[in-house]
Ligand binder design. Structure first.
Ligand code: AP5
Length: 213
């Protein structure tokens, strides 16, 4: 089962992918998480990506394509995977096409006003990546994650100004992928404005069609 989660920042790709990857026993491959870990570990990749990410721009295609190709060659991807945040440009989508056929693309459709609210109130655990939201799913008062005890923080790119730039970048470079995948007959549009469980149930309906293949 090879799935892509496509959508603007804050549409719930990570929230949904983490649970469904567990349910269907396939890896969630989040390019954003891989890059943030590289920044945290101060690797060469992290040093290349840091300023670009903080500005809400995209990391160059060649860097991302190499990273994803390497990740998809690992043995845990043989039964499938969820790509969360990749592809994000036409060049990335074309490179993926040359590598493997995708079963379905889940497009999460959310209003910009809702996106800005969700991202400026999002908090993340530095240890395990668990997502919180100060408005709808507040972190413990201790400031420590209730799963792993890690520090809970606000991402550098979740300020309102950077979120607005990320949305501009999304509409310019990533939104065209919606018609790219629609033309290939693999796009499933899901209304992501609704509560998390309702959105998940709709995505699971699509997953169930592919879970035996
Ligand atoms: P990345 O980490 O991929 O960020 P993103 O795509 O902007 O997506 P987000 O993680 O912000 O949002 P999400 O859709 O996962 O929402 P979430 O589930 O967290 O990328 C970061 C940066 O890395 C990029 O800007 C770029 O620089 C670089 N990068 C990454 N991939 C790249 C690539 N392929 N090419 C080039 N550069 C790349 O939810 C958000 C909040 O809303 C949470 O608090 C959550 O609890 C809440 N929430 C979720 N769903 C709901 C719901 N239904 N109802 C209420 N609240 C909800």
């Amino acid at each position: 089962m090879r799935m892509i989660f496509l959508g603007a920042p804050g549409t719930g790709k990570g929230t949904q992918a983490s649970v469904l990857a567990g349910k269907y026993s396939i890896p969630q491959i989040s390019t954003g998480d891989i890059l943030r870990k590289a920044v945290q570990d101060d690797t060469e990749l992290g040093r290349k990506a840091k300023a670009v990410m903080e500005a809400g721009e995209l990391v160059p295609d060649d860097v991302i394509i190499n990273l994803v190709n390497e990740r998809l060659s690992q043995s845990d991807c043989r039964r499938g995977y969820i790509l969360d945040g990749f592809p994000r440009t036409l060049a990335q989508a074309e490179s993926l096409d040359q590598l493997q056929a995708i079963d379905a693309v889940i497009y999460l459709d959310v209003d910009n006003r809702v996106i800005i609210d969700r991202l400026t109130t999002r908090r993340v655990c530095r240890g395990c990546g668990k997502l919180y939201n100060v408005a709808t799913d507040p972190p413990p008062a201790s400031g420590r994650c209730d799963v792993c005890g890690g520090e809970i923080y606000q991402r550098d790119d979740d300020s309102e100004e950077t979120v607005r730039n990320r949305l501009d970048v999304y509409y310019e470079k990533t939104a065209p992928l919606k018609s790219y995948y629609q033309d290939r007959g693999v796009l499933h549009i899901i209304d992501g404005n609704r509560p998390i469980e309702e959105v998940r149930a709709d995505i699971a309906t699509v997953f169930n069609r592919f879970s035996r293949s």
